[in-house]
Design a protein around this ligand. Structure first.
Ligand SMILES: [Zn+2]
Length: 303
């Protein structure tokens, strides 16, 4: 079940960075503030590796931003401006003399859930990570969907509405602008609520009409976005992760009811819906399994 060879797994998030050595015995995770510049990150990895008695044989990296897994280059992260056009694979391989495999954090969270968590044994599975932003990943016929450049499943930028609130990407009416943590707060503030966290808007939704309206827009938008994804991918299971997935009754359930209304008849009433199981460690597990599987594939070893 666990990876057979020790793998250095790294999940580089917008705020926090988790590092673990995963192997046959499981993992123990260390958490750091994400370094603002790659140079500080290499020193962090070096310090971590020096502490470990067990030697890693591979590095798997999940990154919260756009990247090219084939070229091993990080392009951009909205929260980490110092991480633009970083040839991360080359840098890590030269420093640590280990093969490096990387992917988008939401894609790899789905891979982790598929191998170790809520998506085990399911060949066609969609996972949505609902947090400050919205990420997604999908297993299609048992394989992780990465796309031509590793950019597949940027679900936060699904168009929901011609107009609508501005998205962080500069366009209008995207899913993330309605149903992410940052989107819910921005819409609520534009409507006059003095809030800083999406949880506050959820807490107010029954006593305050404006908060109720913001949450009902988020439910509708998420339902519409999900219907679009289901029409494209035809999954049998949808997993929900990220901080906002805890709002199951206030967000996920009503959104899935909306999705059902918008689905073509053959899709209706068949989808399994589950909370993701690995929590904040999904990306770490996903990065490790992805590294192991990609490495095996490169060596011509069958799973
Ligand atoms: Zn957008």
């Amino acid at each position: 079940m666990y990876p057979l060879s020790p793998i250095l797994s790294i999940d580089l998030g917008g705020t926090h960075c988790r590092i673990a050595l995963l192997g046959p015995k499981g993992l123990s995770v260390e958490r750091f503030a994400t370094p603002l510049h790659p140079r500080a990150f290499y020193e962090l990895v070096d310090g971590y590796l020096k502490k470990q008695a067990q030697k890693a044989q591979l590095i798997g990296l999940a990154f919260a931003g756009t990247l090219d897994p084939a070229q091993g280059i990080i392009y951009h992260s909205a929260n980490l401006p110092g991480w633009a056009r970083v040839p991360i694979r080359q840098e890590l391989e030269e420093r640590f003399n280990l093969p490096v495999f990387l992917g988008n954090d939401a894609n790899l969270a789905c891979y982790g859930e598929a191998r170790m968590g809520g998506g085990q044994g399911v060949k066609n599975c969609l996972m949505l990570t609902l947090g400050t932003g919205i990420g997604a990943g999908a297993m299609v016929a048992g394989k992780l969907l990465v796309g031509a450049q590793g950019l597949a499943l940027e679900a936060g930028h699904l168009p929901i509405n011609f107009t609508g609130p501005p998205c962080g990407c500069g366009q209008l009416g995207h899913l993330e602008a309605y149903a992410s943590g940052s989107g819910i707060v921005a819409v609520a503030r534009a409507m006059g609520l003095k809030v800083t966290q999406a949880e506050e808007v959820f807490a107010l939704r029954e006593s305050n009409q404006v908060a109720g309206e913001v949450i009902s827009q988020a439910q509708f938008a998420l339902g519409r976005g999900l219907a679009g994804l289901v029409h494209l991918l035809d999954p049998e299971l949808i997993l929900f992760g990220g901080g906002l997935s805890k709002q199951w009754d206030a967000l996920i359930q009503p959104a899935c009811q909306q999705m059902e209304k918008e689905l073509l008849p053959p899709f209706r009433g068949k989808l399994k819906l589950r909370p993701a199981q690995l929590g904040e460690e999904a990306g770490l597990w996903g990065a490790a399994f992805f590294a192991e599987d990609q490495w095996k594939q490169k060596q011509g070893i069958k799973n």
